[in-house]
Design a binder for this molecule. Structure first.
Ligand code: SF4
Length: 95
């Protein structure tokens, strides 16, 4: 699956949502600081990657090593949103 990483935090452009053919990119407006890809629904089409204006999206195998934790965070949000939000705040404290 594709993975959304740190540059999305506090940007949430949502261009990726527009291009995703299976609607597998989600977030709760006002609750989340970034968007998350559902790994169970992503078909690895790659459309979201070039659509992102801040280069936040990578194929799972291409996620930069220093952002590897975002692979877990995208997965986590779909089972425990509060835990995913806590991780994001820990990695990048709100301004
Ligand atoms: Fe959606 Fe394709 Fe991106 Fe997966 S790779 S999140 S299916 S646009």
């Amino acid at each position: 699956a594709y993975v959304i990483t740190e540059p999305c935090i506090d940007v949430q452009d949502q261009a990726c949502v527009e291009v995703c053919p299976v609607d597998c990119i989600h977030f709760d407006e006002g609750e989340d600081r970034m968007l998350y890809i559902n790994p169970d629904e992503c078909i690895d089409c790659g459309a979201c990657e070039p659509a992102c204006p801040v280069t936040a999206i990578f194929a799972e195998d291409d996620v930069p090593a220093d952002r590897a934790v975002y692979k877990e965070i995208n997965v986590l949000w779909y089972s425990d949103k509060a835990a995913a939000r806590a991780k994001v705040n820990e990695l990048k404290p709100p301004a």
